[in-house]
Design a protein. Structure first.
Length: 477
């Protein structure tokens, strides 16, 4: 028969989607009471038939306490094998990594631990990694975030499941129990564990919160502060899930342009969202650019919100070397370009298009076809087309058609315009960002420009009811 402790764990993980019966789970065991209790409880659930998941034990030796860390590793190996688990260990050098990366010992240990556990999980075929975080850990996390400054997302605390990278999900089966319940469970089942004396060192922020701040706050609390913060966490997670659903719908609309080193958001659409959605859009942008969020404080988000209202040319320097700029009702996030010491590359010459056929130019493929206008419906084409495909009156084109970059003094007659104008002035009037101008490709015949690719075609070569042959051009990356 399962104990009350084990029933709580079962009630958390069995209805949840993050531990699949057909997949293997890596149990992250440190040798402390929390992870020993998790290992024993998960073993009991498996033997009782409550879960059918294959379980593997993983241990990371941080080498921070001479002798003691090796003893922890030996303890986990012996206990795991005694319980019938396969045990895989990894050793990491936290102090060297912290010094090289200019990180605190806590942060360096966390990064290396996550990496090592992920490697073990992939090596052993585990899709999930179970860690022994519990309600008290969650309370400490929320308080820590409040001290640093946080928003609604931070109040969610520790999520029951979270994907870090490489399609491996971290799960927390003990988030439903307190530290006191874990100690009682270990004693009831005659489970032994090892003590880490560094957990008592209040020079570490988390230990200070655990041993000093949280007990002090509990003295002035009307009920269990740990339980109250657990309830706040659950409600915040529920709110955050609804926010993510909203962002999932807004993102394709607000995203104006996306490249590995820069992302452009539509400032008007961004400002139409509530501030909590704006914050999540910024966070998604940071993730897409590979910028860590750990150093982003509330002030940084507020500055970005204000930037969206700022005049053209306003610029922000943000953590991680990120630059945010306001430009023509757009917010452009990009990494600063490092000056190149080598000479600039030679100018790329224009290239004549194969008509009909395919042509390559600066990583783009241009497909050209000649169509019979009598068999084409312009209205249907316009309704279904995207910005990367256009039609032109082929009989109004002179000489060969080329693709090239902009040149100083370039002019063209934009579709719907009153006459010819300089391309620079046209781009300014259309509020085209600097990054897009730099990437702009031009399609021209021997006399005139017929298309600013993906922006505007020429009035001169537009298709009319008198058109007999249509030149169709399509760009693809």
């Amino acid at each position: 028969m399962l104990s009350q402790f084990e029933k709580k764990v079962a009630d958390l993980i069995i209805p949840s989607p993050f531990i699949h019966p057909a997949e293997s789970v890596l149990l992250a065991v440190s040798a402390g009471a929390d992870s020993v209790a998790m290992m024993f409880a998960m073993r009991r659930l498996k033997h009782s038939g409550k879960i059918g998941t294959r379980l593997v034990v993983g241990h990371v030796n941080h080498n921070l306490r001479p002798g003691a860390c090796d003893n922890d590793q030996q303890f986990v190996v012996r206990l795991g094998k005694k319980m019938g688990f396969k045990v895989v260990t990894r050793s990491v050098d936290v102090r060297s990594f912290a010094a090289q990366s200019k990180l605190s010992i806590e942060t360096a240990a966390r990064k290396l631990r996550i990496g090592a556990l992920t490697d073990i999980a992939k090596e052993t075929g585990c899709k999930s990694i179970a860690t022994a975080h519990h309600k008290d850990d969650n309370a400490e996390t929320i308080i820590h975030r409040l001290l640093r400054g946080t928003g609604f997302r931070g109040l969610a605390g520790i999520w029951p499941d979270k994907s870090f990278a490489d399609e491996v999900t971290f799960v927390r089966p003990l988030l439903c129990v307190t530290r006191a319940e874990i100690i009682e469970y270990c004693r009831t089942n005659n489970l032994h564990w090892r003590q880490d004396h560094t957990n008592l060192d209040i020079s570490y922020t988390r230990n200070y919160i655990r041993h000093s701040l949280l007990p002090h706050l509990q003295n002035d609390s009307s009920g269990s502060l740990v339980e109250q913060l657990a309830q706040l966490s659950r409600k915040s997670i529920s709110l955050q899930k609804r926010v993510r659903q909203k962002v999932q719908k807004v993102w394709p609309v607000v995203l104006s342009d996306s490249h590995p080193d820069n992302i452009t958001l539509n400032g008007k659409i961004f400002l139409d969202q509530s501030q909590i959605i704006q914050a999540e859009l910024v966070r998604r942008t940071l993730t897409a650019l590979g910028i860590g969020q750990r150093d982003f404080k509330t002030l940084h988000y507020r500055n970005i919100f204000e930037l969206a209202k700022a005049p053209n040319g306003k610029r922000l320097e943000l953590p991680g070397g990120l630059i945010a700029e306001a430009e023509y009702e757009k917010i452009i996030f990009h990494r600063p370009q490092k000056p190149k010491k080598s000479p600039p590359p030679p100018e790329i010459s224009p290239k004549a298009l194969e008509i009909p056929g395919w042509s390559q130019y600066e990583g783009c493929t241009i497909e050209a076809n000649i169509l019979d206008a009598g068999e084409c419906e312009i209205a249907v084409f316009k309704a279904a087309k995207d910005k990367n495909i256009e039609w032109f009156d082929y009989d109004k084109i002179t000489g060969e058609v080329v693709v090239r970059r902009r040149k100083s003094g370039d002019k063209f007659w934009p579709l719907g315009g009153a006459g010819e104008k300089k391309i620079g002035k046209f781009l300014t009037a259309q509020k085209i960002t600097r990054s897009l101008r730099q990437r702009l490709l031009i399609i021209a015949d021997s006399e005139k420009i017929i298309w600013l690719a993906a922006l505007r075609t020429s009035e001169i070569t537009k298709v009319t009811d008198k058109t007999q042959r249509i030149l169709q051009l399509r760009f693809s990356a």
